[in-house]
Design a protein around this ligand. Structure first.
Ligand SMILES: NC(=O)c1ccc[n+]([C@@H]2O[C@H](COP(=O)([O-])OP(=O)(O)OC[C@H]3O[C@@H](n4cnc5c(N)ncnc54)[C@H](OP(=O)(O)O)[C@@H]3O)[C@@H](O)[C@H]2O)c1
Length: 327
């Protein structure tokens, strides 16, 4: 079956600039951490990418280790790109990252120049790409000077293998230092990718201020707390959900959040939207946020999440009620 994207795909999506930079990302971006790997259903992954693009999602986020097995999400993405998106490369923003364990030995993880640049070459090969649009240091390395990691990112851009660079999981002080080093090198930081949701608000204590000062964009990951902030777990743990795998999301996480989820869902119902939509709108209310980086296991979830954009504003009373539940 040949994929032909919908012609009206740019009509309803909102596109925001990354901090002070010109590059725009869709307000909702799609990550391929789960459900796109070698163990997953290939045609479902393909259908999700088609639907996402049809809805105006131009940004797909990967990392060297996404799968399982590690690397297989990039391989599957590469196959789908070749099959269905080869005429649309210039309409896509594709990111990848290096930082977590990818191969054995002392050069297979963290932030050395050796690892970062070898990993980028591997990612490009798996995806069949000449360059990625954004290349990230996936996490700060406590044993490698920040200069070395940032010099590797700078090199990635200068060699034409990445157009922009970003950092992920860097606390506020390190983000500021990284930004200053990158500026001196002449390859400024485009964007930061932190974990941020109603249930994890650490970025509000300094990081967002640093990003604003430095003109860097922000694309929060796990904005739905891996599915907790949706209607998925309102009545227990459904078969096939991420919490049944007990790896990244545990049954005890669901149990401890259950009371809050019920109360938040009530507010979402009163607003006339799903809990997932309210959780995404709540993040997007801060103008420093460029995009929310969602995950999905079905086309329907992507549709539900993109429909967030139909109702973004909150009343002061709604914000107060939400704050009382989540603080
Ligand atoms: N930089 C980093 O260190 C880092 C770390 C983690 C993630 N990320 C990036 O962020 C992306 C998103 O992370 P995430 O998958 O944890 O995000 P998330 O959006 O918080 O969670 C996604 C999961 O929530 C459920 N879901 C999504 N929409 C739903 C809806 N409308 N209704 C019901 N359930 C819904 C699905 O769970 P089921 O699968 O159970 O259906 C889906 O797999 C990743 O793919 C990756 O690109 C980056």
């Amino acid at each position: 079956m040949t994929y032909l994207p919908q012609e009206d795909r740019y009509n309803t999506m909102i596109y925001n600039r990354c901090g002070k930079w010109g590059l725009k990302l869709p307000a909702v971006s799609l990550g391929l951490w789960h459900n796109f790997g070698g163990i997953d259903h290939f045609e479902n992954a393909r259908a999700m990418l088609h639907r996402a693009f049809d809805l105006g999602i131009t940004h797909f986020d990967l990392a060297n280790n996404y799968g399982p097995p590690p690397g297989s999400a990039e391989e599957n993405f590469g196959k789908i790109l070749k099959q269905d998106f080869s005429s649309f490369r210039d309409e896509l923003i594709i990111s990848s990252k290096a930082g977590y364990l990818m191969w054995p030995g002392p050069y297979g993880e963290w932030g050395t120049r050796k690892y970062i640049l070898a990993s980028l070459d591997q990612s490009l090969k798996r995806m069949g790409l000449e360059y990625v649009d954004i290349f990230y240091s996936h996490r700060p390395d406590p044993d490698t000077p920040l200069e070395e990691t940032m010099m590797a990112l700078d090199r990635a851009v200068r060699s034409g293998k990445a157009l922009y660079v970003g950092i992920s999981n860097y606390p506020a002080d390190l983000a500021k230092q990284a930004s200053q080093i990158l500026k001196e090198l002449g390859t400024p930081c485009l964007i930061h990718q932190p974990r941020y949701s109603m249930f994890e608000r650490w970025v509000e204590n300094g990081l967002l201020d640093v990003l604003e000062e430095e003109g860097i964009g922000c694309i929060p990951f796990s904005p739905l707390a891996q599915g907790l902030l949706t209607d998925k777990y309102l009545n227990g743990i459904p078969e096939g959900s991420r919490a049944t795998r007990e790896v990244f999301l545990k049954k005890e996480d669901v149990e401890s959040a259950h009371d809050k989820i019920l109360k938040l869902n009530q507010i979402a119902v009163e607003r006339g939207q799903s809990l997932a939509q309210m959780a995404l709108a709540w993040i997007l209310k801060d103008k420093r946020i460029t995009s929310v980086l969602i995950g999905a296991s079905s086309v329907q979830q992507i549709e539900d999440n993109v429909a967030t954009l139909k109702k973004l504003p909150f009343s002061a009373d709604e914000l107060k009620a939400i704050d009382e539940i989540i603080r």
